[in-house]
Design a protein around this ligand. Structure first.
Ligand code: MD6
Ligand code: FE
Length: 228
């Protein structure tokens, strides 16, 4: 490769790994607006992340991670499980909230460590009834979508990121609207509420193996919702 091309490739890599916000955000914890989504960087310190991870392992023991199929017949690359009264599932018959997981039992309770984040950040006085746990292995991503399988869209959605960085893209109410992206780091919390509640969003890719919270690499995202 010509030197110029090498430098250009380096620059692209550099600009993708550090947004301007990262470079100049000297106040950890100050909320960041991303097309109306609010991101709270480093909401959880390392000890809180480790404790939550242990709680999520208990959830996964009770209701194992699965690779769901979309109604269109595509296998999702993200593996999922859930906690709470109802869990989000999908198969050929559609997206929905189910009161039982595929092995037949009710979902485990939402861990207190996870509920604490909702209570501190959601701004509402009702607890969530659903907690979706997403696991991204190498190459996993989540295409642009709206969270609209819930009965009442006025409740916020709160999401917690653990492990490897994930590139979060947020747009508007229409899939083709312009988008902005930011890397969600381990311990970051993102909230979709108000006008942004139904904004299109997704995870373009993760930087597999970069974090050291999960011993085998990967990213976990926990989303809390009032679904019913
Ligand atoms: C993820 N997050 O971060 C996917 N949904 O892996 C979501 O789909 C999401 O971050 C609603 C609200 C916040 C989110
Ligand atoms: Fe979502």
């Amino acid at each position: 490769m010509a030197l110029q091309a090498v430098v250009a490739a380096d620059l692209v890599q550099f600009s993708e790994s550090f947004s301007m916000v990262d470079l100049f955000d000297t106040e950890p914890g100050a909320p960041v607006d991303l097309m109306g989504a609010v991101i709270w960087p480093c909401w959880l310190d390392r000890a809180a992340q480790t404790a939550m991870l242990a709680d999520l392992r208990d959830v996964a023991r009770a209701a194992p991670f699965r690779q769901y199929e979309t109604p269109g017949g595509h296998k999702m690359s993200v593996r999922m499980t859930a906690a709470g009264e109802v869990g989000w599932v999908t198969d050929r018959s559609g997206y929905r909230y189910a009161s039982q997981h595929q092995s037949g039992g009710s979902w485990p309770e939402i861990p207190a460590s996870v509920l604490d984040v909702w209570r501190a950040i959601s701004g509402v006085d009702r607890d969530p009834d659903s907690c979706l746990v997403n696991y991204y292995g190498e190459g996993a991503k989540m295409s642009l979508h709206q969270d609209k399988d819930e009965a009442d869209h006025h409740w916020p959605v709160v999401s917690i990121s653990l492990g490897d960085p994930g590139l979060f893209r947020v747009g508007g109410m229409v899939r083709k609207d312009p988008t902005k992206s930011r890397w969600l780091m381990s311990g970051d919390v993102a909230v979709l509420s108000g006008d942004a509640r139904l904004a299109y969003h997704g995870i373009d890719r993760i930087r597999f193996g970069e974090g050291d919270l999960l011993p085998d690499g990967g990213r976990i995202n926990v989303t809390l919702r009032v679904a019913q």
